[in-house]
Design a protein around this ligand. Structure first.
Ligand code: ATP
Length: 329
């Protein structure tokens, strides 16, 4: 379960004269049968920066993206995209936002070029402008030589780059990427991230991404919003979030269920242990204090005859994620 709702930094608010790339205020969305997917979330994504939204399955990330992209309605609150209200001016929002969703939107039985051309035509590009934009995007995404091939012959990384090109065709001010590196290999993911970083740095594009890859958020984003069960449990810069966890993290793998339960209970009784969370069979304890705190934790492990390797490290964004977004055995 998540801890108490909290922020390590207040939700940022942009001055009215320079609206944020995305401004979400007290957003509520309830699906039929009373599923409250978004329970009053607020955050702001700054212009020209990467903002990451993290959260476990079902946290509400996709619903949030759909609401931003005008693909689903919401019950209360507001969303501004590039200063434009989603509810009152949805058509204008669609011109200003590009969305690259988790599921592919390209047609595998058409060529990369034809997919991109169709997308450009949907956005009203014609003639020389269309050809120039397609040429630019294909070149930029390093798809020039593969443009005439059917998309079904593309590798996962090439297909992701094509999807990115399709999301950029109308030169949106705000780009939303829903788990863009899911199912691509690390090299292809790295390629995608350098393209996205370039978009922000050189073209002042604002990017909001959802990811399960915490190291990605840590490395790329200037602001991180962690959702759980439709609520913002914590938000701040990666640095803010890390500073929130001073002390050390002790990690140990416990495969025997009875031992795991006993060790968890004993750890929780230690005054120096601030939080205990599970990542699969790995128990992670946040400890506060000097070497004596570590000594007490090791004593618990010894008392329960735990002989496996134990690691001690500085907290990462991973630890904050599991602390706030759950992590039960
Ligand atoms: N069309 C729908 N009808 C009813 N409930 C829905 C619908 N879509 C999503 N939900 C529910 O809303 C909640 C939030 O789902 P959402 O897909 O937004 O989460 P998510 O964070 O994107 O998850 P994932 O990481 O698995 O993609 C979940 O409880 C989900 O079951």
């Amino acid at each position: 379960m998540a801890g108490e709702p909290r922020t390590v930094a207040p939700a940022r608010a942009a001055p009215a004269a320079h609206p944020a790339a995305i401004e979400v205020r007290s957003l509520v969305k309830t699906y039929p049968r009373g599923v409250r997917a978004l329970d009053g979330i607020s955050f702001s994504a700054a212009r020209g920066e990467i903002t990451a939204v993290l959260g476990p399955n079902g946290a509400g990330k996709s619903t949030l993206i759909k609401a931003m992209a005008t693909l689903t309605g919401f019950d209360a609150g507001s969303i501004g995209v590039d200063g434009v209200d989603v509810r009152t001016r949805p058509a204008e929002v669609r011109r200003r936002i590009g969305v690259v969703s988790q599921s592919y939107s390209s047609d595998p039985s058409a060529t990369g070029y034809d997919n991109l051309r169709l997308q450009a035509r949907i956005y009203g590009l014609r003639g020389d402008r269309l050809r120039a934009r397609l040429h630019e995007l294909l070149d930029w995404m390093d798809l020039g030589s593969a443009a005439g091939r059917l998309v079904r012959t593309y590798s996962g990384g090439m297909r992701r780059r094509l999807e990115l090109a399709m999301g950029l065709v109308h030169e949106p001010a705000v780009l939303v990427l829903d788990e863009p590196t899911a199912a691509v290999d690390p090299v292809a993911a790295e390629g995608l991230w350098s393209l996205v970083t370039e978009l922000c740095r050189d073209r002042r594009m604002s990017v909001l991404l959802t990811t399960h890859q915490l190291d990605e958020a840590d490395r790329l984003a200037s602001w991180v919003v962690i959702l759980n069960q439709g609520a913002v449990v914590v938000q701040g810069s990666p640095q803010d979030l890390k500073e929130e966890l001073s002390g050390d993290v002790v990690a140990v793998r416990l495969t025997d269920p009875a031992t795991a339960r006993q060790v968890e209970a004993a750890m929780k009784r230690l005054a120096q242990v601030r939080n205990v969370a599970w990542t699969g069979a790995e128990l992670r304890a946040d400890i506060q204090g000097d070497a004596r705190a570590l000594g007490s934790v090791l004593e618990v492990l010894t008392a329960h005859s735990v002989t496996g390797p134990v690691s001690v490290s500085r907290p990462s964004l991973n630890d904050i994620y599991f602390r706030h977004a759950g992590g039960h055995r």
